[in-house]
Ligand binder design. Structure first.
Ligand SMILES: Nc1ncnc2c1ncn2[C@@H]1O[C@H](COP(=O)(O)OP(=O)(O)OP(=O)(O)O)[C@@H](O)[C@H]1O
Length: 318
């Protein structure tokens, strides 16, 4: 059953119309969903509206049975049930890790507070850092404390707005894998905003693609890879080679087979050594540039390569 329901939400800013355009999306309870879109597509605005921290112009948002009101309708904006964590989420600099996580629980019973904080420190593997100040932690540990603080009030929905973008790739990937296990254990529902498909796939394979304030496609990574709704969705997964003499048809580099004879003849203009294959930059007869994957690393600059692919692999957007 749907847990988060976003129904026909619209948003204009005074100087920017159509930031969110008739946006509808549902997310199941305990699901982890990545909301992917390029910069300025409206991701942060949407998350803030889900958290009740930004006014919507139209539509409705429900978290379970809770109808999210606009901040203009409430004395204190936001909800304990929905926690938003973003990159600049500030920890209290002069409070320890333990105190930072306990802070939202100050009004709760002491025994409950201590039990909850102990549970979260263990869950986040921060027990041995509990007496440290944020500045003495790594970036990844600081983000875990921020997540611990967001989890302290037992929210049902966690919204992550690119909170890990300041971390290096290795730290970020490790943290995402760790968080995935933790979120699953807790059964909390998560919407993770990112513009990076690789990051999204570390946490989940449930994707929603947003462009210019509109939902482009919703599905698993495999579904969207196989049947992308448009060129934008297809392009998130890989480079697209335009097929000559077609209106809007493309083939992915990974779908093109390379031969020394027979097929479409192209010439190698550059070779790039990548981890799993050599990336070839090639030129077709009419000057069109393509990229190819040379798995056996046999072709060099100046070589002629002959290409073949299956018709079923062609992506047609005409
Ligand atoms: N408070 C605001 N007032 C006016 N315009 C805003 C405001 N917040 C965002 N915008 C504009 O709305 C559009 C969507 O912004 P938003 O931050 O939601 O996008 P985003 O997809 O999260 O982008 P990014 O990935 O860069 O954070 C942008 O064009 C932005 O300039």
């Amino acid at each position: 059953m749907s847990f988060l329901k976003i129904q026909h939400v619209k948003k204009d800013y005074p100087n920017q119309k159509g930031v969110i355009k008739d946006f509808s999306l549902t997310v199941e309870k305990s699901a982890l969903l990545a909301l992917i879109g390029e910069s300025g597509s409206g991701k942060s605005t949407l998350l803030k509206m889900i958290a009740g921290l930004e006014n919507k112009d139209a539509g409705a948002i429900y978290v379970g049975d809770l109808k999210i009101a606009n901040p203009s309708e409430r004395l204190v904006p936001g909800y304990d049930e929905v926690q938003l964590v973003y990159q600049d989420y500030k920890l209290y600099p002069n409070a320890t890790v333990e105190e930072n996580i306990a802070r939202p629980l100050l009004l709760y019973d002491k025994a409950y507070r201590e039990k909850r904080v102990k549970f979260l420190l263990k869950l986040l593997k921060l027990e041995s850092f509990k007496d440290k100040l944020p500045r003495n932690l790594s970036g990844g540990q600081q983000q875990k404390v921020a997540i611990g603080r967001a989890l302290s009030l037992e929210p049902e929905l966690i919204l992550l707005d690119e909170p890990f973008s300041s971390l290096d790739t290795i730290q970020r990937r490790e943290l995402l894998v760790e968080l995935k296990t933790m979120f699953r254990e807790l059964g909390v529902t998560v919407v993770f905003v990112t513009h990076d498909l690789d990051d999204a796939l570390q946490l989940t394979d449930q994707l929603a693609l947003i462009k210019n304030g509109k939902l482009i496609q919703r599905g698993t990574a495999a579904e969207i890879f196989k049947s992308p709704a448009n060129k934008y969705a297809a392009h998130l997964f890989s480079h697209l080679n335009p097929i000559p003499n077609t209106k809007d048809a493309y083939i992915r580099p990974s779908e093109v087979r390379l031969f020394k004879t027979k097929g479409l003849k192209v010439k190698v203009t550059d070779v790039q050594y990548l981890i799993h294959y050599n990336q070839l930059f090639v030129e077709l007869a009419d000057g069109v540039q393509w990229r190819l994957e040379d798995q056996s690393r046999v072709f060099a600059i100046g070589d002629a390569v002959f290409l073949q692919w299956d018709e079923e692999a062609v992506l047609n957007f005409a």
